[in-house]
Design a protein. Sequence first.
Lengths: 148, 528
Amino acid sequence: MIETKVLLVDDERENIRYLTTILEENGFKNIFSAADGEEGLKQVQEISPGLIVLDIRMPRKSGILMFNELKTLSKFKNIPIIVLTGEGEFLKRLQALRTFHDGDEVKLDQPAEEALAQLIDDRPEAFLEKPIEPEAFMETVRKVLTKG
Amino acid sequence: MPPGDNNQENNPAANPSALEGSGGPAIRRGTQARVPLKMAIIGGGKACDDLLTLLIEEHISPLNIEILGVSDPNPDAPGMIHARRLSIYTTPDFRQLYDLSGLNFLIELTGSNAVRELVIKSKPLEVSFMDHRSSRLLWDLLQINAEKYQLQLEEIALQEEVRRHKEYLENILINSSDMIITTDLERYIVTFNPAGERILGYSPEEMRGKKVEELWINPEERQRLLSEVYSKGAVDNFRTTLMAKNGQGVDISLSLSLLRDNTGQVIGTVGISKDVTEENRLRRQLIENERLAAIGQTVAGLAHCIKNILNGLKGGSYLINVGLKRRENGLVDEGWQTVLKGISRISRLSLDMLNYSHDRKPDLQPTDPFLLAKETTEMVFQSAHLEGIKIGIKGQEGPPVLLDPTQIGRALLNLIDNAIDACREKVYLEDEKPRVEITVDRGDTEVRFVVRDNGMGMDTEVQSQLFKRFYSTKESGGTGLGLPVTQKIVTEHQGTLKWESIPGKGSAFSILLPIYLPDPSTRKTSKQ
């Protein structure tokens, strides 16, 4: 597991540093990063990571766009993705959408949420809410990697 | 009753003489009135028809006339048809009439002299006879009577209508749920309707002799209102408070107008008041609810902001821990920088909140606006430079104007920070370099500070949310209070905040302040 190539996508340097350090402390060695969706996609092509951690805070949508693209590219469709969100409310709403989304029409208010709905459709492996606790993060990472 | 008349005047059965319901004088009659007239009519034409109508009408029946029969060679003459309808005996031969039992009167309406002579010759002796000439006289007299009666009926109907109308208008006053008060020219209360009783608790008797302004908490207010009413004729929806009997105030919405008589002369006022206490209470409740909702929203926004900052602090302290553990100073440094950032963000947040919540009067000091801008720019120059963002300032030193340097400095700093952040967020292509330029412009009446950047600009959605508290597009999370605070400061200086922006190209924010010159002789100011 700790050999897995992990790609962190977040425009905040500090956040990248933070997550990198947590992974390092838990034995992970192959950690890569990108500062936005574009760069992220390039990295995916180059390194073929085994896990992607993606920040999709609103209103910047590039994180979502990257996610959607990944899920439509057959080659990388199956890379597990952990999505980070800063908005607790959004998280709850997303999880609610997720449970109801099977077959149901879900009405969304904001245009940003439409993109999120697409996210739900494609089902990330996990959501994590900021601020991120090191233990919670590692637990999620391990859970996701064991499933795959 | 006139004196000297027969007893019959006092006996209604013997003398059904009063016109029903007229209230007029009774018909005076002599003894002959008691003799019943049993008559027959010769000639069943139109005249007969009319006569039947007249005689059978109720008011004539006290005349004690009975019609025994009608004769006419033509059975379909109008009088004949009418007679049959009234079940009166008809015959084509007038001589048949002579045999009618009790007949004592014959009236001839044929208009034919031949018939007249025939009748005179053939009738029984004891039967009286009236020919068409004399019956004409009778007819005219009856007509006059009928007309008089008709007029009386009309008079009664009119009076009834007037009474009903009056009653109707009174009912309007009585049933109105709004208070209606009329006053005379000396402002004494004339009418005070039941709604008034209900709303104010006074009875109409208590209102007698009272001047209307005694009901007003502020009598002078009514005086002023009255003069307005005199000049305009009426005033609508004037809101004020009246004093109820129990001492409580009653909020009302009053429509007051001049009361005039039929000649147009002013005789007083009429005021219709709606009790709006409940309405006012609901309105205050609504405002309070909105206020609470706004507070709730503010608290939520605040919590969100703090959470953001906390994120950074957690991350930073984690790095410090790991760095200390690994004895990696680089890591400790990085973590510490993050923590420091978090601290400064918290202090900015609390400063912004204080600024925003306080209604402060600007502490005006003579200040050179250009120097102030320069000072503010120098605060951020270094750190911006490190990130490759160029900051420039244009303008000239000049004479001081009155403004609050701390406040305006803060406003400028907010704008400059925003500009720098906008540059950070943008991806610059090869030949374009991030740049923020501050210009200080001075006109005759205004000072203009412009903060222009070539950063990422704002689309319409962002622009619409600009002054929403805690709205921030910054990834690292600004407080979201920067622009609201800036706006507040500018407004407190009676200035204007303007902006324009092109998404992808940049934005320009301007602060325009009216120039207040310090008066060199005294501390007083004069607006230029």
